[in-house]
Design a binder for this molecule. Structure first.
Ligand code: IPM
Ligand code: MG
Length: 351
């Protein structure tokens, strides 16, 4: 079982190192290949996603990804910026379905930005489309007739893109509590009208799932008002990006949210995927050894589950993480003083 490890920039290096310790501790025949991505790859190879990194990705069953983003690169042309590494991998590997689970951990209710009795009910999954939308449409800078600078980014989805992510949402709901909430902005956007039409058409194949629709502004509000109402949320690339950061603070910290990005490519034991924490490279705390590695460790658990077919080992890792939190071992993001390596040690001890 071959895993590509792309740690990337900033705290990506620190959190990935801890997730690797956890994977190496498991009784599995894993081998690891590394590759450069992001600002560090640009500095070494002149490109944030060098061809050799893509070659490594294609040889493996899964990618464990840290984070990309480097303030040194903020003035580069957009196609050379660190973020292009993750966008490029998602697109080159056809990873269109991004699963971002958000669940309250027992003992963490007090860390949520929400009242504990509201936060304790959180157990939701955001299924975010990852290969389309305003992220990948035509974009550019131009000058208006009046001589003003104008930036533009085209938002679009075709029906096949909506259908495949809708199916991913319905299938996820079937495995959970059977409820799917599709989030769009159909009162204003044509892209969203098509989204809604196609989701409704797709629902015919899933009579066991209860489908609802919600406008994205309302969804943002409902997520803090009553997050317990959500089971699976399916939404587009941009709305999913925003709502998943919001969901993370409802749980307590962005340092806790894992993600799995999946496509159609199969591995010997599951589906090829890319696994990453939803947080970024956090340049402000990079190198200090205080980043929370739990989101990356939980992402490694998702990797075991989806790409390697190791449900039992995945659950073991998740239980060890839950135990660390229940035991009150918190990093700075949760108001504690455990550093990155200490949290890694604590997970290993409970494993
Ligand atoms: C995420 C990140 C990325 C995104 C960035 C780094 C391009 O915010 O994975 O949520 O916008 O998708
Ligand atoms: Mg994001």
């Amino acid at each position: 079982m071959k895993i590509a490890v792309f740690a990337g920039d900033g705290i990506g290096q620190e959190v990935t190192a801890q997730a690797l310790r956890v994977l190496e501790a498991l009784p599995l025949p894993l081998s690891f290949l590394t590759g450069d991505v992001g600002g560090m790859a640009y500095k070494k190879h002149g490109h944030p996603l060098p061809p050799e990194t893509l070659t490594v990705a294609r040889e493996c069953d899964a990618i464990l990804f840290g984070a990309v983003g480097d303030p040194d690169c903020d003035n580069l042309a957009r196609d050379l910026r660190p973020e292009q590494a993750i966008l490029g991998l998602r697109s080159a590997m056809g990873l269109f379905a991004n699963l971002r689970p958000a669940k309250m951990f027992p003992g963490l209710e007090g860390a949520s930005a929400l009242r504990p009795e509201v936060a304790s009910a959180i157990d939701l999954l955001i299924v975010r489309e990852l290969n389309g939308d305003v992220y990948f449409g035509e974009k550019g800078m131009r000058t208006t007739d009046a001589g003003l600078r104008e930036g533009y980014d085209i938002m679009s989805y075709d029906e096949s893109e909506v259908r495949r992510i809708a199916i991913a949402g319905f299938e996820a709901a079937q495995k959970r509590r059977g409820m799917l909430c599709s989030v769009d902005k159909a009162n204003v956007l044509e892209t969203s009208q098509l989204w809604r039409d196609v989701v409704i058409e797709t629902a015919a194949g899933f009579p066991d799932v209860k489908l609802t629709h919600m406008l994205v502004d309302n969804a943002a509000m409902q997520l803090v008002r009553n997050p317990g109402q959500f089971d699976v949320v399916v939404t587009g690339n941009l709305f999913g990006d925003i709502l998943s950061d919001q969901a993370s603070m409802c749980v307590g910290s962005i340092g806790l949210l894992a993600s799995a990005s999946l496509g159609e490519r199969k591995t010997a034991h599951g589906t090829f995927g890319l696994y990453e924490p939803i947080h970024g490279s956090a340049p402000d705390i990079a190198g200090k050894g205080i980043a929370n590695p739990l989101a990356t460790i939980l992402s490694a658990a998702e990797l075991l589950r989806h790409s390697l077919g190791q449900e039992e080992q995945a659950a073991r890792v998740e239980q060890a993480v839950a135990k660390v939190l229940a035991d009150g071992i918190f990093g700075a993001d949760l108001g504690g003083d455990a550093d990155t390596a200490t949290i890694g040690d604590a997970v290993l001890a409970r494993l």
